[in-house]
Design a protein around this ligand. Sequence first.
Ligand code: FE
Length: 391
Amino acid sequence: MARFTLPRDLYHGKGSLDALKTLKGTKAIIVVGGGSMKRFGFLDKVEAYLKEAGMEVRLFEGVEPDPSVETVMKGAAAMRAFEPDWIVSIGGGSPIDAAKAMWAFYEYPDTTFEELCIPFNFPALRTKAKFCAIPSTSGTATEVTAFSVITDYAKGVKYPLADFNITPDVAIVDPELAETMPAKLTAHTGMDAMTHAVEAYVSTLNCDYTDPLALHAIKMVSENLVKSYHGDMEARAKMHNAQCLAGMAFSNALLGIVHSMAHKTGAAYSGGHIVHGCANAMYLPKVIKYNSKDAAADKRYCEIAAFLGLEASTDALIKHIDNLNRLLDIPSCIKEYEGGIIDEKEFLEKLPKVAELAVGDACTGSNPRAITPEVMEKLLYCCYYNTEVAF
Ligand code: FE
């Protein structure tokens, strides 16, 4: 048996934020990140619309990027004191991810992260509140997915939460919010969405329900991301939908080792973080090459290429991704990332450990071709130096 889960309602298009006026409830808490949603006036709108819906409204502000366990616990305590029947989260991936975890601890104060971390093992939610998510970036698609990532900084671990219970009830995909994204963020989040769709299409859990979403998302990203990067707001609106479609696909088909590698290299080096979407963009062509040794995966990559109107080959797809990266000013390898901030010696020293961690990542299980820590080392090596994947 397989399951396919999406939000009950999805509002999209310019002005769809208005949908908040139609929510039925008595109390809503708004979970939001730093200042940008406030600065651009969207937070005021959300608050006003919820009041128009007849609700008492409280704010929980200041969710940091890569939200912490402490923030989640603080938010859950605020919810227990206020007792909202709607949780409305607005912003990039972080405030929405944090709000999902707050929701679990609001409904089950005695649960622990260790318990929630067991995949697809959540207690039933919605006994106290429903959940509405409003994304302001075009990449993570957390507004439609069953995932959330919370960081325990004291222990130095990330808790990847995965359960269809945390798939939001309502998603509002209003492109006006994405207009606030700077160019670089547009490029990185857009390639994150591309990676979601490609990995979902070749995942071992792909199915008839996820395939059309993934393919269409890949086509939309291919046609709109570069234009959006250069400030075309029609294309930006298309990208907001494209990333959401990609999210519907990967929430149900899961991902692969591009994400395993991005997760484990992201914060591994002292020179700085490798931004998630940029890491995916750099690793994707290498992983496609590696996976294409698996006949079934190769066939699927050819299908993607053909769907894009390219020659039906894996190499044509790789060329296409390389070309997008170049047009988006994304470096071709880790060595060139941000002018070389990831030190070569440190990278090589940490390679065995990072490779082992990447193989153990939750996303490795649905990758179409198996991988050992030794081979993962070779693959990461190719991603550092931009050398040919020939194994
Ligand atoms: Fe991602």
